[in-house]
Ligand binder design. Sequence first.
Ligand code: NAD
Ligand code: UFG
Length: 346
Amino acid sequence: MKILITGGAGYIGSHACVELLNAGYEIVIVDNLSNSKPEVLNRVRQLTGKDFKFYPANLLDITTLDAIFSENQIDAVIHFAGLKSVGESVTLPLWYYNNNITGTLRLCEVMKKYGVKKIVFSSSATVYGIPESVPISEECSLGATNPYGRTKQMIEEIFRDLNVSDPEWSVALLRYFNPIGAHNSGRIGEDPNGIPNNLLPYISQVAVGKQNELKVFGNDYPTKDGTGVRDYLHVVDLAIGHIRALEKVLRSTGVEAYNLGTGIGYSVLEMIDAFEKVSGRKIPYRIIERRPGDIGICYANPLKAKNELDWAAVKGIEEMCEDLWRWQSNNPNGYDTEVLVSAKIL
Ligand code: NAD
Ligand code: UFG
């Protein structure tokens, strides 16, 4: 079984590639490395002892996309490739709409041409916007509040329309909550460009001295300690969720959305505390005003994924923080710590 992984060099994609290879799938990766480094591919090969083809290409490049499908007998696609910064999407909406939506349209065109109609798509909890209530279930109304989120919501609609036009399409829309942590080898993990936007990468950079202090965005939310509450899940649990979703799309047709989260919410202060305990490092922090656009509480009802995909997150926050700390302390400069060996292109 050969699976095309778009965005396979990225944070979540690389962890999914390890799990897929370990589970016996053959993979082909396409990634333009706009937010990732080729070194990650070497590490995926080292961790799994398996090889795969890598195409350093943009999804917008339909000629290369076509070549990927003509050169490989692809059975299904896992589609991670996309730009993902909320703030950047507000400043550069056309770039986001073009990259995420046009990229997906080109991918679907080529899939259609080659009769490949099975796909697992990286959506996001951000499609729920300001949640009506928590825990959030898949039936809750959608209302993304920024261009990035709207690309995810629009792509979900595109897949639903595609399935109406041709019921053989089989699509899993995976709405991730907050993935954190790293592979427990400490060899692959999240390597954000510049100053991290997200909480855990920021905390771990404070712990290794790359940032001076954490700024906590508001302590006046209606939550247990006033700070924002999120549903953090281990990236390896999330990666395994893709295998369960892949198995589902391979055996069925239709379009289904699934929340991938733990169902448990932790506050910013609880995450600081958990990280301090496992790392033994003090995380200095300062409370500042709320970050514009943030919501107070967001956590999943993950029962649909349990019932229909037989998937549930099993790793707790201690393990998430331990694995993040191992990755960050072994690789304080991310994938730049070693001399880069250019990725092997078969
Ligand atoms: P990432 O940036 O680490 O990985 C995305 C990969 O896609 C990168 O390697 C990038 O180079 C590649 N890419 C982007 N545009 C491309 C294009 N046009 N052609 C080819 N490659 C392209 O991000 P991630 O955290 O691994 O996220 C993966 C997916 O999950 C994204 O679609 C993201 O929107 C979604 N998601 C992420 C989170 C999160 O918190 N990390 C939460 C919800 C949803
Ligand atoms: N926070 C801080 N200080 C920081 C960073 C974050 O206090 O330096 C707080 C936020 O205010 C929030 C919590 O930590 O309460 C989590 O913030 P993140 O930025 O880590 O995550 P978000 O839930 O805001 O957003 C993330 C992704 C979105 C995605 C969403 C749901 O950035 O793209 O999860 O999956 F849509």
